[in-house]
Ligand binder design. Sequence first.
Ligand SMILES: [Zn+2]
Length: 194
Amino acid sequence: MRPAFFDIDTQIDFLFPAGALYVPGAECLIPVLSRLNHYAAAHGIPLVSSACSHTEDDPEFREWPPHCVAGTVGQSKPLETLLEKRAVIGVAAGEYSIAGAQQILFEKNRLDITTSPNFQPLVARFAADSYVVYGVVTEYCVRFAALALLRTGNPVSLVTDAIASLRADDSRKTLDEFTASGGRLTTVSELCAR
Ligand SMILES: [Zn+2]
C-alpha cells in the first residue's frame, strides 16, 4: 500500500477558541492530529497539510468571517502538528519543489481544495493507492477533499475522531454521503495500529 495523508485546514483560526472562525471543541483534536502527522513521517507516508490562505479583502469573506489571512498567527498551524522537513505549495499555479519534504503545506484560497490549480498535479505526483483524510471542518473543506479523492477511484478513509464540525447534523449528513460514495470510516487507533 502507498497511502497519502490529507490533514485539512488544521489552523489556529479554526482550532482555538480565540481563533477567527473557531470550530467548537477542535482544540481537543491537536494530540490526534499530531499523532497522525508524526505517524505519516515515521512511515514515509506523504502528508499534505492544506491551509486556508486569504488576502485581507478575500471574496470568501462575503460569506464567512475574515480568517486565515496570510501572514497572521491564525493562518498558521499549531507547532505540535508540524513536521521538521516542510515544503510550501502556494495559492498560485506553479512548479513547487517538494523534494525531501515530510509535510507539504498546501495553501488554497477557496473551501474546495480542488479549486487550486496545484491539486491535481500534486495528487498525480504522489501516485498513492489510498488516502486518509482528517481535519476541519467536516461538512466543508474535509468533505470537498474526501469526495475529490474518492473520485480518483482509490480507497479513501475518513478518521472520525480526528475531524470536527460546526453543526452535528451537517456532519452526520457528510459521513452518510461519504460512505454512500464508497468511502470508509476509521479511527486514529485503528489506523496507527497497522
Ligand atoms: Zn477560508
